[in-house]
Design a protein around this ligand. Structure first.
Ligand SMILES: NC(=O)c1ccc[n+]([C@@H]2O[C@H](COP(=O)([O-])OP(=O)(O)OC[C@H]3O[C@@H](n4cnc5c(N)ncnc54)[C@H](OP(=O)(O)O)[C@@H]3O)[C@@H](O)[C@H]2O)c1
Length: 276
């Protein structure tokens, strides 16, 4: 069997291009989608584009810890060894919403779900496997208040919640890389650029032709993810944050705070452990 790539959030945007290109590169791609009909449509599209492509659609709503557990069980039943785990899916919400498990929805989707998925697949990663977390430059303005993510009545700003969740992606990547050292598995994160996807407000996408030099199309937006997934020269690099030009960059001082990395890890473990 060809090497296995697990990619979240492939129904739109950067994840969609990532899945197509990994299928083209010869990977068996497990596409984790909350909308399996859209996933199945992409599966058909990939089959038409790439002869002999091997693509599977697996339901996963990252905002639900139960759904992530069921998905991980399915993956474990289907695949012995995973070569690539790409935590790509992400969202932002204009108003405060809570997940079914009682966490602020952006944090639940962008951090807690991927944290649990990565943890549940950790012993299934192949030798020289790569874990890639799609973070964002928005993490630079992120702060993390672990009390507030469970408080349904706390003050809320969509941009702040998104920036915090992306800071959590970088903190998680660095803590994970530390734990994986010596296991021949790497963990890196990235900023894909400002990319014209559904994540951006509609008005910003509308003015894309005017700002095309700074706003990437999805193909360009997937470039750093694909570089981290496929390039020989990054196969042994771990614990780094890459920019949209595939260069290692300094993450924010908060992201480099080992104590904060470890408190997020401990809290995430506690919050995701029930019933697993
Ligand atoms: N676009 C940018 O400028 C930009 C900049 C920096 C970082 N990023 C990061 O890049 C990643 C990809 O975003 P994008 O720009 O490609 O956005 P997008 O076009 O909106 O795609 C997001 C993907 O995530 C999926 N998703 C959302 N919530 C989910 C959930 N609860 N469970 C499972 N899947 C879920 C979506 O599925 P549905 O089809 O079901 O909605 C979709 O497939 C995100 O992590 C984002 O934070 C993007």
């Amino acid at each position: 069997m060809s090497p296995i790539a697990v990619v979240t959030g492939t129904t739109h945007g950067i994840g969609r291009v990532t899945a197509i290109e990994l299928a083209r590169a010869g990977y068996t791609v497990a596409m984790l989608c909350r909308n399996v009909e859209a996933g199945a449509a992409l599966q058909v599209h990939i089959a038409a584009l790439v002869p002999h492509a091997c693509v599977r659609v697996i339901h996963c709503d990252l905002a639900s810890l139960r759904s992530v557990r069921v998905c991980a069980q399915t993956l474990r039943a289907q695949f012995d060894r995973i070569a690539l785990l790409i935590n790509n899916a992400g969202m932002v919400s204009a108003r405060r919403r809570m997940s079914v498990d009682g966490f602020e929805l952006t944090f639940a989707t962008n951090h807690l779900g991927p944290f649990l998925l990565s943890r549940l697949l950790s012993d299934r990663m192949a030798a020289r496997a790569r874990i890639i977390n799609v973070a964002s430059r928005a993490h630079l303005r992120g702060k993390l208040d672990l009390e507030r993510v469970r408080d349904a009545r706390a003050r809320y700003s969509g941009i702040e919640a998104y920036a915090s969740s992306k800071l959590a992606n970088v903190l998680f990547t660095f803590a994970l890389a530390r734990r994986l050292a010596g296991r021949d598995i790497t963990a890196n994160c990235l900023h894909p650029g400002v990319v014209a996807t559904h994540l951006l407000p509609a008005w910003l996408r509308l003015v894309k032709p005017l700002i095309s030099r700074v706003m990437f199309d999805v193909e360009r937006g997937a470039r750093t993810t694909l570089y981290l997934a496929l390039a020989e020269q990054v196969g042994t690099i771990s614990g780094c944050y890459f920019d949209e030009h595939q260069r290692v960059q300094a993450a924010s001082p908060l992201a480099n705070d080992v104590e904060l990395q470890e408190s997020l890890w401990r809290a995430s473990e506690r919050w995701t452990s029930a019933g697993s």
